[in-house]
Design a binder for this molecule. Structure first.
Ligand SMILES: *Cc1c(COP(=O)(O)O)cnc(C)c1O
Length: 388
């Protein structure tokens, strides 16, 4: 009897253990549901894991992006470059502040923003025309931030690294040093998400990492209504109750309940990453002899949030897999083709590599709890459809 999945196999899924549940229950029994000790503990442990000086936990990855744009003082009309192959939030954070989103096309072998095209774009305008760059470690493959930093320094840009797909990912810089995604060495700010499909799940949740003390201080204030309680920073001091709202901030806080889950999940992050890489290596080895299936480029520091293949008949394969209880997904519909961005003037045909990639890409199941048996079933179904 061939293997039949008991429930549908999604492209990604969280893993919640009894320890996770116990950690959350313990917080529910404690004095603090929010803004207690767990938020700070999660920040410290996450910063240590990533190798950054500072971490600021927030309500979700999109809020993290918004706060980064605010801390970098994005102003109406300022121009920021990102990739069309990302979740819309990477671009939207610029729009929240009234800035203009520009795109550079992807490198088709990696689906990452093509830094050579970023250079071309920068060189075709006067210096000062663009203000920032938001590269995305798409699927978990780290962008070469050393090259991005060189461009940023040359053209006066800041960098927000969208590392939502890549906690634990790294690339080797020109000196051979391992540069972990979000470590604050090259980007001004980096952001992560703890949505259930990401490596570390808190339900909703996000994190900003940085090595810049000035930005860190601003993020803390912006996260909580623009309020400071630090007497040293106040204009006056009326008494023990006194606090000052000094800038327009938001409530982008995360709770102790959620960060208790995050701390528990973080303890298993490396094990999860190892399993993701193992599963990806098996897909790579298998598809190497299936010419109809083209995976994206592999790399030792790949964090494998997604495993993306490209096939001729993507819609056919997607529909076929659904009949077999395999729920693959498409990442992403190019941002510049979304009606909102089309209204802003972007058109189909503007970024041909991103559009060609979109026509053929499919993210197939990859998550730590995926069993070998389930993975074999996924492989068999794909090979059945495309032909060996
Ligand atoms: C998930 C994700 C976000 C947004 O995170 P949320 O926590 O869902 O708001 C931003 N960018 C990328 C690349 C993502 O994958």
């Amino acid at each position: 009897m061939p293997f039949q999945p008991v429930t549908a196999i999604p492209y990604g899924r969280q893993r919640i253990t009894e320890e996770d549940i116990e950690a959350v229950a313990a917080t529910l029994r404690s004095d603090f549901l929010t803004q207690g000790p767990k938020v700070a503990e999660f920040e410290e442990k996450f910063a240590a894991y990533i190798g950054a000086k500072y971490a600021v936990a927030v309500s979700n990855g999109t809020a993290a992006l918004h706060l980064c744009a605010l801390a970098l003082n994005v102003q109406p009309g300022q121009r920021v470059i990102t990739t069309p192959i990302t979740f819309a939030a990477s671009a939207n954070c610029v729009r929240y502040c009234g800035g203009e989103v520009h795109f550079a096309d992807i490198d088709p072998t990696t689906a990452l923003i093509d830094l050579r095209l970023v250079r071309k774009l920068l060189e075709s305008h006067p210096k000062g025309y663009f203000h920032g760059l938001i590269p995305v470690d798409f699927a978990g493959l780290p962008v070469n931030l050393e090259e991005a930093r060189q461009l940023a320094d040359e053209f006066g840009l800041w960098i927000i690294e969208d590392a939502c797909h890549a906690p634990g990912g790294f690339f080797r810089d020109s000196t051979g040093r391992e540069q972990r995604c979000g470590n604050g060495q090259l980007a001004d700010l980096a952001i992560f998400s703890f949505h259930p499909v990401k490596h570390i799940a808190t339900g909703e949740g996000g994190m900003i990492t940085t090595n810049r003390a000035d930005l860190y201080e601003q993020l803390l204030v912006l996260r909580t209504h623009g309020i400071t309680k630090d007497p040293a920073k106040m204009h006056r001091h009326d008494g023990g109750w006194y606090m000052e709202m000094q800038t327009l901030g938001y409530n982008y806080r995360i709770s102790d309940i959620l960060t208790a889950l995050g701390i528990s999940q973080l303890a298993r992050a490396d094990a999860g990453l190892t399993r993701r890489r193992q599963l990806a290596a098996r897909y790579d080895a298998t598809f190497a002899s299936v010419p109809a299936v083209r995976p994206l480029a592999a790399a030792p520091g790949h964090a494998y949030h997604l495993y993306v293949i490209q096939v001729a008949d993507r819609k056919g394969l997607y529909d076929f897999l659904r009949t077999r209880q395999i729920f693959a997904q498409v990442h992403y519909i190019p941002v510049h083709t979304m009606p909102y961005y089309q209204e802003l003037g972007w058109q189909l045909g503007d970024f041909p590599q991103a559009e060609a990639y979109y026509d053929h890409c499919l993210s197939i199941p990859l998550f730590p709890a995926l069993t070998d048996e389930e993975q074999q079933y996924v492989i068999d179904c794909i090979v059945e459809f495309v032909g060996a």
